[in-house]
Design a protein around this ligand. Sequence first.
Ligand SMILES: [Zn+2]
Length: 294
Amino acid sequence: MALTGPPAAIPGREDQPDRSPAPPPSGDATEPVRQATPAPPSERPAGLASAVTRTRVSTVLAILAISPLMRLAALRYAVPPGLPSRSGCDACGAPVGLTRPWPALGPAARCGHCRARVGQPPATVELAVLAAALLLALAGPPGGALPALIWWLGWTIPAILVDLAVHRLPDRLTVPAAAGTWLLLGVAALDADPGHWLRAVIGGTGLALFFASTALLLGRRGFGLGDAKLALSVGALLGWHGWPVLLFGLVLTFGLSALVSLGLLATRRANWSTHLPFGPFLLLGTTAALLLAT
Ligand SMILES: [Zn+2]
């Protein structure tokens, strides 16, 4: 399931065929040589800007195009622990998959056979994907870390929808999210300071170990092991941009979780033993920190 868009993010590459001509001979002969070059130097900044815009627009389109895949992932894994993945409509059993994606994997979320609702509520996946795509296009982090963030969102948005539905983060979504994020950050590190990659590895490993230790020591009162696997990629994405960004992301995540918990307690929609899914706060805190601090 390739969830990244086409790796078109090579801004400025179009300017490179600008083979620099041999030093022109002095005198009148200079003029014809200059006219023969394809792009006048004055157009270069505009060309670069339009290449960046094209990259961002194609990123948005690529992300939107994968929303049926994300709907399928959320539908398949939003089942209680121990049950096999869902492969069709709950009401009539009609299979739902990539060979027959419509209308079950479209925004209407209806079974094509019995018209019952299938999977996530109508338009939720599409709106989440559209919001993520627009935020990335308008305020995405610069440079090499963008493909890793897009990959991460592609797997983590369905994982969070599953977490909201059945309170678990499936390994089938969190592990590829972490593996691809680490790999893409490693590729980005080839063109960047290797310290970024080192921080990402330490951040991801450290955060995951912290979450896993609370799961093992505190049981249900700690974080889940699914949260720990999601933390592998969260820590790497935040750590890549620096320790302050990692700290900022964690403050946002825990602050948001505390606010929502207090709100639910105050309105008596939860009590002290209610177990809230933590994945959505990790997604929101991480995304907000990356958009605000990079
Ligand atoms: Zn049906």
